[in-house]
Design a protein around this ligand. Structure first.
Ligand code: PLP
Length: 402
């Protein structure tokens, strides 16, 4: 009989996802307490009162009815890549070609492809901190150093350009920008983006720009600035997704495109293309729904943003009414990242919060070293749930501050 356990490789210890790890603790809570938790940890609008607009659901059904069951081209259906070109022209004034576009299984796949195929082990990628955690975990898994540049909480979490500069060395290849940002809800101005571009240009780096929340912006803004359209001669790889503004999280469709006026990214693009061949194709019918989303009516986005803005206002007000908590006002996305003004580790805080209140939130340190002493809250649920959660958090804070 075989008796040796099969051991995972050492690098597998890097595979972590803090946002979902707290869910395991929540499952334990539900089992032992026999009570439901209030989950404020996963950024999935479809788990709350949001769903994709009918015309894109119809396009998905139509794709199935008309027999689009096959593997698509590994780069994505040509029709969708053409639609992306048109969409990016309308939205950001870019002039791309379908060859500049690769369709992925959500932005998550683009993150993995880039980190797997664009860097040598030991290369350095500058990432914001706090950040969307898979950038750090994927980097570590592939032996890439994710050097965390500080975002300044006192200035609504904008990147510290001087810190960024200090992190650059001969191993540095690229700078990652997440705008609007997950988890802070920061939206960078064109000036900040230009400063980052200038820095990249000065050191011969390219920029990776995750813009998946670009249309979810508040206070009368229409969209967040697009890095590529400000980049002049600096190459940019933009990551986009149908998951957020188009509410199609489970369809797993997204894309990346390159803005590359001097053809400096050609070799990377060729490798990405080959890499995508190894996973055959993205979801074919969902690509037809994506085409309908990008080129069809856009009016649902304003409805979504207005609803989210009311929820943003509610959580922002209520968190700042709690003495031991301080939160900056998110300008985009659907997260708030409050600071815990108590002498307690954020991991311990989130566990205690769960076991005392049934509220599930991930600890800030899971979002990078500058996330410590914080936690992230998703403000997607309807107001009555948010109010109930905030009542419980408020009571809990009074208790532990005693
Ligand atoms: N990038 C950021 C900043 C995110 O917040 C997320 C998901 O929450 C993703 C990428 C991945 O999104 P998807 O794979 O659903 O497109």
């Amino acid at each position: 009989m075989l008796s040796n356990k099969f051991k995972p490789p050492a690098r597998a210890s890097e595979i972590r996802y803090v946002i979902r790890e707290i869910t395991l603790e929540a499952e334990k809570y539900e089992k032992t307490r026999g009570e439901k938790t209030i989950s404020l940890n996963i950024g999935d609008p479809c788990k709350y009162d949001f769903s994709p607009p009918q015309h894109i659901v119809d396009a998905y059904i139509e794709a199935l009815r008309s027999g689009k069951h096959y593997y698509s081209d590994s780069r994505g259906e040509y029709e969708l890549r053409e639609a992306v070109v048109e969409y990016e022209r309308r939205k950001n004034g870019l002039s791309l070609s379908p060859d500049d576009v690769l369709i992925t299984q959500g932005a998550a796949e683009a993150v993995n492809v880039i980190l797997a195929a664009a860097f040598e082990p030991g290369d350095k990628l500058l990432v914001p901190s706090p950040t969307y955690p898979p950038y750090i975990t994927a980097a570590r898994f592939f032996g890439v150093e994710a050097a965390e540049y500080m975002c300044l909480e006192n200035e609504d979490w904008i990147p510290d350009i001087d810190h960024m500069r200090r992190l650059i060395d001969s191993k540095t290849k690229a700078i990652l920008v997440i705008n609007p940002n997950n988890p802070t809800g920061a939206v960078y101005t064109p000036k900040i983006i230009r400063n980052i571009i200038d820095l990249a240009g000065e050191y011969n780096l390219y920029v990776i720009s995750d813009e998946i929340y670009d249309l979810i912006v508040f206070d009368g803004q229409r969209k967040a600035p697009n890095t590529a359209s400000l980049a002049k001669d600096v190459p940019v790889i933009t990551i986009y997704s149908l998951s957020k503004a188009y509410l199609a999280t489970g369809w797993r469709v997204g894309y990346m495109y390159k803005y590359d006026p001097n053809n400096l990214l050609d070799d990377l693009w060729a490798v990405f293309t080959r890499f995508l061949m190894t996973r055959l194709s993205a979801n074919t019918p969902a690509q037809y729904a994506a085409k309908a989303a990008l080129l069809g009516p856009q009016d649902n986005i304003k409805i979504v943003v207005d609803k989210l803005e009311r929820r943003r206002d509610l959580v922002y007000r209520r968190f700042n009414e709690i003495d031991e908590i301080e939160a900056r006002k998110p300008k985009g996305a659907f997260y708030i990242f409050p600071k815990i003004n108590l002498n307690i580790d954020d991991n311990e805080f989130c566990k205690k919060l769960l076991w005392n209140t049934g509220i599930v939130v991930p600890p800030g340190s899971g979002f990078g070293s500058f996330g410590k002493q914080h936690f992230r809250v998703v403000f997607l649920p309807p107001e009555h749930i948010l109010n109930e959660a905030l009542d419980r958090i408020e009571r809990f804070m009074k208790e532990i501050a005693k």
